[in-house]
Design a protein around this ligand. Sequence first.
Ligand SMILES: Nc1ncnc2c1ncn2[C@@H]1O[C@H](COP(=O)(O)OP(=O)(O)O)[C@@H](O)[C@H]1O
Ligand SMILES: N[C@@H](CCC(=O)OP(=O)(O)O)C(=O)O
Length: 386
Amino acid sequence: MSKRKKIVVKIGSSLLANSDKLTLRYAFMNGLMSDLAQLQREGYDIILTSSGSVALGLNMVGKRPEDAGILDKQAAAACGQPLLMNAYRQVASEHGMGVAQMLVTVGDMEERRRFLNIKNTMLRLFENDILPIINENDSVATHDLRVGDNDRLSAKVAQMVQADLLVILTSVEGLYDRDPSDPDAKFISEIEDVSEHLESTTGISALGSGGMLTKMQAANMAQNAGVETIIAEGIIERPLSSVLKNERRYTRCLVTGETASPLKVWLSNRLQVAGTLVIPNAVAAAVAEGRCGISRSDIFSIQGDFTKGDVLHVYDEGGTEIARGLTNFSSEETMLMARNLDTPVENVIGYKTRSDVIAVENILVLRENHLPLDAPEHDPKFVTPV
Ligand SMILES: Nc1ncnc2c1ncn2[C@@H]1O[C@H](COP(=O)(O)OP(=O)(O)O)[C@@H](O)[C@H]1O
Ligand SMILES: N[C@@H](CCC(=O)OP(=O)(O)O)C(=O)O
């Protein structure tokens, strides 16, 4: 793999579109492309995760940001994405740089083969000094299958290419201890544990979708992948190199702890839940220490329709997510096996196989600094098996 430094840069909607007219902020795009082209010449491989398709497409569907519903936004994204890419292509070519578009959904990032394919495409683009510009494919992604914000999407991209740095450029200088519209808000220049800052991150700009909350979640995902995150203001002159050269203030989210293997990082940063298992606290403690996998007799309840090879989220009885792992069985098979503990597995499911539902080597124990998903809701289809 190339020794060039890899940087993933995320650009928020408010940097690319005027909030009143919903038209392109050409000066920002020009400053950005000039800076990236120079950094590319200096030896950086850069990936851009760019928002802006919805904001730039709203005029075409006759809507304002505050009254657009999800279908309006999906239609606006379909209109705005070609406008956005056309602008990037023209401006980048003025600075001698080629660009490529990659539109992805959460399913693309979380299905292992598609994930690896996206990564290989990006690495091939780097070989030709082409700037990959990524956005979520908003007009095809359904509510359940959306990342929903480009902050977390950019963290997934950073994890995918094992980036050296993730830089999130936005409308404020970085994280404050409360909404920066409060005159007493204090700037925070360095963070280790993002969970300490979740309470202070409500409020979004007129065009933004996730606010600081999804930036904190993204920083946490990047931390788990061993990637440092910088949150900085998207200024017009040298928006990225001024950060890399430490010329202005920003918020730095440090990497703490050891980085897991790429497969385990991929497991830890999933947003899509195929299914969940709830296990007794005693077993959960053993799983958390890496002492065992999960067998059919360990299951309190099963939720979701999953198939062999899907990633399951494992909760203890108190609703704390303790681990994730690849299941050896479908939800129907797991249910049958758990309901018929006295019958050999092969007689229950009709073929001979190992009986671990999740093998110990396919389990990722979630570290304390991981931001968990919410506890699963009760699913009437799959209840306690015994
Ligand atoms: N604690 C905080 N620190 C910094 N910004 C905050 C905080 N809480 C809320 N915000 C708001 O988050 C906004 C940035 O998020 P967002 O609007 O989603 O931007 P983007 O479009 O760049 O993703 C800022 O406009 C800011 O007002
Ligand atoms: N995919 C959407 C962007 C969603 C999003 O994360 O927006 P933002 O919070 O402005 O970065 C778009 O292109 O408009």
